[in-house]
Design a protein around this ligand. Structure first.
Ligand SMILES: Nc1ncnc2c1ncn2[C@@H]1O[C@H](COP(=O)(O)OP(=O)(O)OP(=O)(O)O)[C@@H](O)[C@H]1O
Ligand SMILES: [Mg+2]
Length: 293
């Protein structure tokens, strides 16, 4: 069985610990990384993809350090970097062909696989267009398509849905739920709904450490009893928002405001506890002075 293990992995830039002794074992399944800007998600994914060396600790694929595996690891891997580089003057088809060669896809499979992937990502219609003429969302989709060229066992996608419109995000979700099976998929996103619907396990990263990890159910339990709602006049809603911060505020027809709050204790006398959703957990875990790590 395929296993990718983070063994006390750290990355330090000067005095700053960007990833701090992370330990986790990934097995077949989809793992979603959530975390604030600068939390260390990209750094972690770059290390997992073997393009950045940890300062300490190691990453093991089936008990073998990935640096030692070298080319053999790259053959197993598909990677979409957050900042995805491409050749603007290549056509979509030529670019895919070029990468298929680099990834040593057997020549007899290349044409069929490119056709399939361009179809899956909705790019068949622009296969002869130069990449520089594509929209941002199309380039992102091309990035997703290229990451799958070698039918990788390990797929690392850094913000695959950023820049995609809602329809394309849904297409991506469906694509991943069929293509993700039987692989280790690590993906990061700021779009909580994407993580919620895609990931079998969710990892909340905070300042280079894991604030929480588990299935959606387990993650939701961590914020049980910390999410509240109350309906109050607008003035009180404003002052509550200033004091404790609202996760959402909804104006009702009668002029009052239904306010949702993530807080350790009851934030207002008439606040009632409600079931947490992933967005609440995310807020709870990344809260200033919150439990997190
Ligand atoms: N090459 C580098 N040199 C110095 N600091 C770096 C370098 N790369 C990243 N960092 C710092 O490491 C921290 C983590 O960055 P990283 O890009 O991993 O975060 P992230 O969670 O992916 O953020 P985002 O959600 O914005 O993509 C940031 O504070 C960043 O400034
Ligand atoms: Mg990032």
């Amino acid at each position: 069985m395929l296993e990718l293990k983070l063994d006390r992995v750290s990355k330090q830039y000067k005095q700053k610990m960007v990833v701090d002794r992370l330990e986790y074992t990934f097995r077949t399944g989809v793992y979603g990384l959530l975390g604030e800007n600068g939390a260390g998600k990209t750094t972690l994914l770059r290390m997992a993809a073997g393009v950045l060396k940890p300062t300490a600790g190691q990453i093991l694929c089936n008990q073998c350090e990935i640096g030692k595996l070298g080319g053999a690891y790259r053959m197993k891997l598909g990677y979409l970097p957050q900042k995805f580089g491409y050749y603007p003057n290549f056509t979509v088809w030529r670019y895919m062909e070029y990468l298929a060669e680099l990834k040593a896809v057997p020549p007899e499979l290349v044409k069929g696989r490119i056709e399939q992937l361009l179809g899956d990502t909705g790019l068949s219609g622009v296969q002869s267009a130069k990449i520089k003429t594509l929209s941002g969302g199309m380039v992102r989709r091309l990035g997703i398509a290229q990451s799958l060229l070698n039918d990788p066992e390990i797929l690392i996608l850094d913000e695959p849905t950023s820049g995609l419109d809602p329809k394309e995000r849904i297409r991506f979700r469906n694509l991943l739920s069929s293509l993700g099976r039987g692989r280790i998929v690590l993906l990061s996103s700021h779009i909580v709904a994407d993580i919620e619907s895609l990931a079998d396990e969710i990892l909340i990263v905070k300042a280079g450490r894991l604030a929480e990890a588990g299935s959606l159910q387990e993650i939701l339990e961590s914020a049980e009893g910390k999410v509240w709602e109350c309906t109050v006049p607008p003035g009180q809603a404003e002052s509550l928002n200033r004091r404790v911060g609202a996760s959402s505020m909804k104006q009702l027809e009668d002029g009052r405001v239904c306010i949702r709050i993530v807080s350790e204790g009851r934030p207002a006398e008439d606040a009632v506890p409600v079931s947490p959703n992933l967005e609440d957990v995310y807020l709870y875990q990344t809260m200033e002075g919150g439990r997190g790590v």
